[in-house]
Design a protein around this ligand. Structure first.
Ligand code: DX5
Ligand code: ZN
Length: 219
């Protein structure tokens, strides 16, 4: 399958969320990325299961939930019930990461694991068999609109090597500062899913054009 584009609703107009989701899906977005922040794991608070369920009801594309929260194991069931297809937890937030990933799968979603810019890819070696998604953060999580960290391209390459060595078919996702200027390099390094918030929803030509520009950059 071709590269998936996953607009992050964090940068959408929340007062018109349904329309915004509809617009990007019409323009060819493959997934919708939902950024959940708790004010503890990251210094910002965003949204929870109710908004996730609303987004899920607006389109048929997979809902990709990124939990930037402490104790994510407490909320796995709530987000699966809200319609999360992929449910990603942070390695740094999970002392019992292996168990939490199994909990996600048992609850009925596809488990993902995310690493912050400071966390080496090698820390995931012993959980690769448990995940369907490996998320390389290319900014420090907490806010949309931050500058892409260039070393993330190397980490995507390392993630690709790790998955190949393990015989895993998990997808590699990149999140943070992704735009038309770095998309092709990320895909060349091995990325399967590109998350983009501001490059889509703050695009001067509107969100539809944001999706189209990303797709164009990959041709
Ligand atoms: C960052 C979030 C990202 C962010 C992406 O903490 O996980 O999904 O919203 O937004 P941009 O693309 O603007 O960096
Ligand atoms: Zn995210």
């Amino acid at each position: 399958m071709s590269v998936r584009i996953a607009p992050s609703i964090l940068s959408a107009d929340f007062a018109r969320l349904g329309e915004e989701v509809g617009a990007v899906v019409t323009a060819g977005a493959d997934w919708i990325h939902v950024d959940v922040m708790d004010g503890h794991f990251v210094p910002n608070i965003t949204l929870g299961p109710a908004i996730t369920a609303a987004v899920q009801g607006e389109s048929a594309v997979p809902v990709d939930v990124h939990l930037m929260i402490a104790h994510p194991e407490r909320f796995v069931d709530a987000f699966v019930e809200a319609g999360a297809d992929y449910l990603t937890v942070h390695q740094e937030a999970c002392p019992h990461l292996h168990r939490t990933l199994q909990q996600v799968r048992d609850a009925g979603a596809r488990p993902g694991v995310a690493i912050n810019p400071a966390t080496p890819v090698s820390t995931l070696r012993d959980v690769v068999g448990e995940v369907d998604l490996l998320l390389v953060m290319s900014v420090n999580p907490g806010f949309g609109g931050q500058a892409f960290i260039p070393a993330s391209v190397r980490k995507v390459r390392e993630a690709r090597e790790l998955l190949a060595a393990a015989g895993s078919e998990a997808l590699i996702e990149v999140d943070g500062g992704v735009d038309a200027s770095n998309a092709a390099a990320l895909v060349a390094a091995g990325a399967d899913v590109l998350v983009a918030g501001s490059a889509v929803f703050r695009h001067p030509g509107g969100p539809r054009q944001g999706v189209r520009d990303l797709r164009e950059a990959l041709r």
